[in-house]
Design a protein around this ligand. Structure first.
Ligand code: CP
Length: 289
């Protein structure tokens, strides 16, 4: 079974194969590999982009999706996570897409006999977000080797940052981080934000993950915006070819100002569109086995 739990277990060749297939879908290639197939979309944490772009991907491949809502599910009667997923296998689903707040939730699912595609686990992995980020960078620059990226903000709680740092370094990118001291993680290359703005090929902003903070943030939103928010002045200081990325959802007026969200350097909505194409490649890979 071709599960997708993380990118660290995939070789560079496997990652490039998914990106190449996603690019073919972006250029209009079609497939009906999911015709007659039903995929369970099991999100135990909120999502707009990941859940719906996976659904778009399955439907574009000719398949159907069933969703469930934990709040009105039998989990309210004490059913476990494993038994919930096993139920969808027993119903006859051909695969499942799962997001869960627990890191490496998939280790609890060893008895499941249908392919599982991750929609993100805790602060650990968000493989399809990284794949869509990589596709966006490859479309822009045609390569990874030697590119400089700074990931800015709540790095310590971000599964996007953790997945991207590992895979981008493996692909030859120079990865830096920036942001408030409270979000710094040991062992990473830290750079002053205003220096990063001038020197990077890619500035990737992150949302502050308030839902994962153990106590209230020390810094106010206004202070955050002043020190680490992307504004028109900082955008003007970026290199001519440099781009802005954000996995979204973004908080306007905190990590990015209103007038920068759709500015000429922003690829934020391009990332969302690419999410459908990489998930088509991931669903196809899972169904082909
Ligand atoms: N980027 C991302 O994972 O967005 P959602 O939480 O809306 O899926």
């Amino acid at each position: 079974m071709k599960n997708l739990f993380n990118l660290s277990s995939l070789s560079v060749e496997e990652i490039n194969a998914i990106l190449d297939r996603a690019q073919q879908f972006a250029e209009g290639e079609t497939s009906d590999i999911a015709k007659g197939k039903i995929i369970a979309s099991l999100f135990f944490e909120p999502s707009t982009r990941t859940q719906n772009s996976y659904s778009m991907a399955v439907m574009r491949l000719g398949g159907q999706v069933i969703t469930f809502n934990t709040e009105v599910s039998s989990m309210k009667k004490g059913e476990t996570f494993y038994d919930t997923v096993k139920c969808f296998e027993a119903l006859g689903c051909d695969g499942a897409i799962i997001r869960h707040s627990e890191n490496e939730y998939y280790k609890q699912l060893e008895g499941i006999n249908m392919p599982i595609m991750s929609g993100g686990d805790g602060t650990g992995n968000h493989p399809t977000q990284s794949l869509l980020d990589l596709l966006t960078i490859k479309q822009e620059f045609g390569k990874f080797e030697g590119l400089k990226i700074c990931i800015v903000g709540d790095v310590i709680h971000s599964r996007v940052a953790h997945t991207n740092i590992e895979v981008m370094e493996r692909l030859g990118m120079q990865v830096y981080t920036s942001g408030p001291d409270e979000f710094k993680e040991d062992g990473l290359n830290y750079i002053d934000f205003d220096t990063a703005v001038k020197e990077m090929d890619v500035i990737m902003l992150l949302r502050i993950q308030h839902e994962r903070l153990s106590s209230a943030m020390v810094m106010t939103k206004e202070d955050y915006n002043r020190q680490f928010g992307l504004n028109a002045e900082r955008v003007a200081a970026m290199k001519d070819h440099a781009i802005i990325m954000h996995p979204a959802p973004f908080n306007r007026g905190v990590e990015i100002n209103d007038d920068c969200v759709e500015c000429e350097k922003s690829r934020i909505f391009k990332q969302m569109s690419n999410g459908v194409f990489v998930r088509m490649a991931v669903v196809e890979r899972a169904l082909k086995g």
